[in-house]
Ligand binder design. Structure first.
Ligand SMILES: [Zn+2]
Length: 71
């Protein structure tokens, strides 16, 4: 009889933990955020934080300026 109680508790914990994990996984703007690559140094930054010129993205205004001077 005791083993049934343990199984029931284990099952309950499993359900609670898997619910928590699912909730964390579906939290917004962490996983779904689109990353872009800086055209100057190659670092990856979130698209909304990137500086963009035409089709190119840069991590900062300074790198956009540097890249324009090189070309
Ligand atoms: Zn950069």
């Amino acid at each position: 009889m005791r083993i049934l109680v343990l199984i029931a508790i284990g099952l309950l914990l499993y359900i609670i933990i898997s619910n928590l994990l699912r909730k964390n996984r579906s939290s917004p703007n962490v996983v779904t955020e689109k990353m872009v690559k800086c055209g100057h140094c190659g670092i990856h930054i979130p698209k909304k934080e990137a500086v963009h010129a035409g089709d190119d993205f840069y991590c900062s205004q300074a790198h956009l300026d540097d890249h324009r001077q090189v070309n």
